[in-house]
Design a protein around this ligand. Structure first.
Ligand code: BES
Ligand code: ZN
Ligand code: ZN
Length: 504
């Protein structure tokens, strides 16, 4: 846990972080530091070595100062300033300071930034950025080569900045960051450890001691009783037991219909008998990030004591090839009775989600349903890994989610569902099939996957009885190396957006 302090007076630290806008004039507070440091900032600007461009950084070692180091970090042009710029700059500065083994950090939260973002939001997003940046999945490295954890943070605010708001921002930011990093940690944990059973135990441990959170874990016999043929089918090839994890948060006694969040929990996706080629199997430990996102959202909702009723559904299993694996040409029957022809065992996410969405539709009377899944490579091909795909039947819900994403600096982009995609999933020998494309078996892969899910949101009258959104998590991890502001691995995408959405 990082300890925080705030005041309008400088405190001793290992590194003082000063954000600088590009432009002809420095902000008043920044100018004051420039003077105190003997004009180093002005000289750098004269030489055009550091002009406050986005992503620029310069570390200085001024004599006779309470901070051994000063790190100037560029925020770019004022006109283009956004929450994303702010978070990325503060995250990058944090990682740069850690690389010099700094554990006590000080951040200047300037009057201009506080004004542009709002004091609360500026402080909250600073906390998020720095805590997310300082996290490192290095528990398997020898101790001496691990990253220096940040221990204390001093937030230096301008005179007259509302301290109360800053404090609230820090408190909320801390809860959110802890949840985001929890999601990331679940995702990063290696797949032989992170089994469905382990995941279920992590959820129980997370909820322990919180009276508003209850966890129920269904195992194979329960699934059999309910007819969860999708989840059972995919799980069939693995020695690991499948789990269906139900997490309920009751932060409201008046909200009868819950917001239902569904997350794909494939703890490892080898492709099954339709085995993935070697390079494509790398990173498939992240195939439970939909689940981890849902778990992180529930942790955050409970931590912030949101006055909401939320139910998280996590179907979880492994997708493995073996003598007992489900096979291409098999026909599975999902919980809602729809039969599915398996054309490719690597399109497994939709099969386990079919049961979870059926469960939501048949048992929960949801106010709304949002599902999260690392569902298709096609979504990544379409959007890259800086945005996630958003699908759904309800324009209002989709617009609100997009807007909530913009508020916290996470990007969603709407992609279509529609008749042609649904038609492409129809089969001659079963109700639907798990592979289909428009014009070619793989064309429109992200949309046909979404259209497949849509079948399981429908009730007996063929209607989706709630607003539904599906998020294909093309932005959920950075394979290999990370970015200047976040280390590689899972990035926790979605937690902040949904919390923002829920509180609106
Ligand atoms: N888990 C993958 C999707 C994925 C791939 C997520 C790469 C992140 C990075 C999913 O289960 C899958 O294998 N999908 C197939 C679907 C195809 C067989 C229709 C895909 O995307 O190739
Ligand atoms: Zn797959
Ligand atoms: Zn998968």
């Amino acid at each position: 846990m990082i300890r925080y302090s705030i005041s309008d007076a400088v405190a001793p630290s290992d590194c003082m972080i000063i954000p600088v806008f590009a432009g002809k004039r420095f902000e008043k507070q920044v100018s004051a530091f420039d003077a105190a440091y003997g004009g180093v900032l002005s000289r750098m600007r004269e030489q055009k070595d550091f002009v406050g461009k986005r992503g620029q950084m310069s570390m200085q070692y001024p004599a006779d100062h309470t901070s051994a180091r000063v790190l100037f970090v560029g925020l770019g042009e004022e006109k283009a300033f956004s929450i994303r710029t702010w978070k990325q700059a503060m995250g990058a500065a944090t990682i740069a300071a850690q690389s010099k083994k700094c554990a006590t950090l000080q951040y200047l939260l300037t009057a201009k930034v506080a004004k542009k973002l709002g004091a609360m939001q500026a402080a909250r997003s600073l906390v998020l950025a720095l805590e997310v940046a300082q996290y490192s999945f290095d528990e398997h490295k020898s101790e001496k080569s691990r990253v220096t954890p940040v221990q204390t943070v001093h937030m230096l605010i301008g005179e007259g900045t509302a301290t109360k708001e800053i404090k609230k921002g820090i408190a909320e930011g801390t809860v959110l960051a802890e949840s985001v990093n929890f999601t990331r940690h679940l995702g990063n944990t290696n797949p032989s450890v992170m089994t469905p059973t382990y995941l279920a135990n992590e959820v129980k441990a997370m909820a322990r001691g919180n009276k508003q959170l209850t966890v129920k874990v269904l195992s194979r016999p329960d699934m059999e009783k309910m007819g969860m043929g999708g989840l059972l089918g995919v799980a069939q090839g693995s020695v690991e037991e499948p789990k269906f994890i139900i997490i309920e948060y009751k932060g409201s006694t008046t909200q009868k219909n819950p917001t239902v969040l569904v997350g794909k929990g494939i703890t490892f996706d080898s492709g099954g008998l339709s085995l993935k080629p070697g390079n494509y199997m790398m990173d498939m430990k992240f195939d439970m990030l939909g689940a981890a996102t849902v778990i992180g959202i529930l942790k955050a909702a409970a931590g912030l004591t949101l006055k909401k009723h939320i139910i998280g559904l996590v179907p979880s299993c492994e997708n493995m090839p073996s003598g007992s694996s489900y096979r291409p040409d098999d026909i599975l029957v999902a919980m809602n009775g729809k039969s599915i022809l398996v054309e490719n065992t690597d399109a497994e996410g939709r099969l386990i989600l079919a049961d979870a969405l059926s469960y939501a539709t048949m048992k929960l009377e949801p106010k709304e349903v949002i599902d999260f899944a690392t569902l298709t490579g096609a979504c990544m091909v379409a959007l890259g890994n800086e945005r996630s795909g958003l699908f759904g039947t309800d324009d209002k819900l989709a617009a609100k989610l997009t807007e909530s994403g913009d508020t916290v600096g996470e990007q969603l982009w709407r992609l279509p569902i529609g008749e042609e995609y649904s038609e492409a999933m129809k089969s001659e020998i079963a109700d639907i099939k798990n592979l289909g494309g428009v014009g070619h078996p793989r064309y429109g892969g992200a949309s046909t996957a979404a259209a497949f899910l849509q079948f399981f949101t429908k009730n007996e009258e063929g209607k989706t009885p709630y607003p539904w959104a599906h998020i294909d998590l093309s932005c959920s991890y950075y394979g290999g190396k990370g970015k200047p502001y976040i280390r590689g691995g899972a990035n926790g995408f979605g937690v902040e957006t949904v919390i923002e959405y829920l509180r609106k």
